[in-house]
Design a protein around this ligand. Structure first.
Ligand code: PLP
Length: 359
């Protein structure tokens, strides 16, 4: 071991990203494979956004605007909040890391439902937080149990809704009831990485329905999923100015690159919104088609509000992942828990459904 890393770092498991299509194809001697493992969009960047990014490449020699002022103003105007209520991050996961940096001392308590996004235990361990991972009930959050887990030592609660990997959501009424039970000095993150795919009628926009009433809530969103910009790494936080300013204080200089900033500005234009709607509608249609096909083939599928489906098949997850990978389809197994499959294009989904039928 070179140097003397903190004990907590020496014992840390590395973050495991979804396997790439190329790696799987080469391991199985296949000509090609498709990746349905990381909840990316298979549709590529939006055409109007791609053009803005290409134009921005001429300025690669210059540092970007550190504060991303133009982007923040554009987002604030769109969300109808003050400029100081919005900040940008290196993906929404970068914002979560900043939140830990700004709020969590060793021994502070962090509460989250589990299974959820795998960075929650990782960031908690790095911060030496005491974690309370509250088991799901019927694949969804048990907000009453989360509420009971909050103590005077709790600094942070993380709620990803839709949840990764189960695709379940919290209704606005349930969130409000939960927030009523939480002391106002506990920061609650509502992580909406999959917001654009939500069709449930009992989920309202938390920026309008929750933020004005709960100053301890911060909402995280991303351009990685529906907008097809995962490679650029950009997300945003919206909430109380004090939380946003704490996030800003611990940010790396020039955190969000200029191409990402140009892409966000273009994404907020009417052209891009129209392009986005077409593809989101198709993914939502495909999600229900895939759910029906898999269910009628006998697989348990948790109804999803995201761009993926979850099969809570426990010990079968590993073998099914292997069998699909051998057929050129890369999914995401959670050993002993289930298999997550990203909704791709109709052709990719057909290929996946046909392959799973022969497993
Ligand atoms: C629930 C959840 N939040 C956040 C993220 C991270 O997104 P970003 O690319 O914006 O960091 C993911 C990505 O998989 C996710 O599933």
């Amino acid at each position: 071991m070179t140097g003397r890393p903190r004990a907590v770092v020496a014992n840390l498991p590395a973050y495991k990203p979804g396997k790439s299509a190329e790696q799987s194809a080469s391991e199985h001697n296949l000509d090609e494979a498709i990746k349905l493992a990381s909840n990316e969009t298979s549709y590529g960047p939006l055409p109007s956004v791609l053009a803005a990014v290409s134009d921005g490449a001429g300025l690669l020699n210059r540092y970007p605007d550190h504060r991303g002022s133009e982007v923040r103003s554009a987002l604030a105007a769109k969300l109808n909040v003050e400029n100081g209520q919005v900040t940008l991050g290196c993906g929404s996961v970068g914002l979560l890391q900043q939140l830990f940096l700004a709020y969590i001392d060793p021994g502070d308590e962090v509460v989250y439902p589990w299974r959820s996004f795998e960075v929650h235990p990782l960031f908690s361990a790095i911060s030496q937080a005491v974690t309370l991972a509250i088991p799901l009930k019927d694949q969804a959050f048990d907000l009453d149990a989360v509420s009971r887990a909050v103590t005077l030592k709790t600094k942070l609660v993380i709620l990803s809704t839709p949840n990764n990997p189960t695709g379940t959501v919290c209704s606005t009424a349930d969130l409000k009831r939960f927030l009523e039970s939480v002391p106002r000095d506990v920061v609650v993150v509502i992580d909406e990485a999959y917001l654009e795919f939500v069709t449930a009628s009992d989920v309202e926009d938390p920026v309008k329905a929750i933020l004005p009433f709960y100053s301890n809530v911060v909402v995280f969103r991303t351009f990685s999923k529906a907008y097809g910009l995962a490679n650029l790494r950009v997300g945003y936080a919206v909430g109380n100015v004090e939380i946003i300013s704490a996030l800003d204080k611990v940010a790396l200089p020039f955190l969000v690159n200029g191409l990402a900033q140009a892409a966000v500005l273009a994404s907020l234009q009417p052209d891009a919104s129209a392009e986005l709607k077409l593809r989101v509608d198709e993914i939502v249609r495909e999600r229900s088609r895939v759910t029906k096909l898999l269910t009628s083939a006998g697989w348990p599928v948790t109804p999803s509000q995201a761009n993926f489906v979850w099969l809570p098949i426990r010990t079968e997850a590993g073998p099914l992942f292997q069998a699909l990978e051998a057929k050129g389809i890369v999914t995401r197994p959670f050993e002993g828990e289930g298999l997550r499959i990203t909704i791709g294009t109709p052709e990719e989904n057909n290929r996946m459904v046909n392959a799973i039928g022969t497993c």
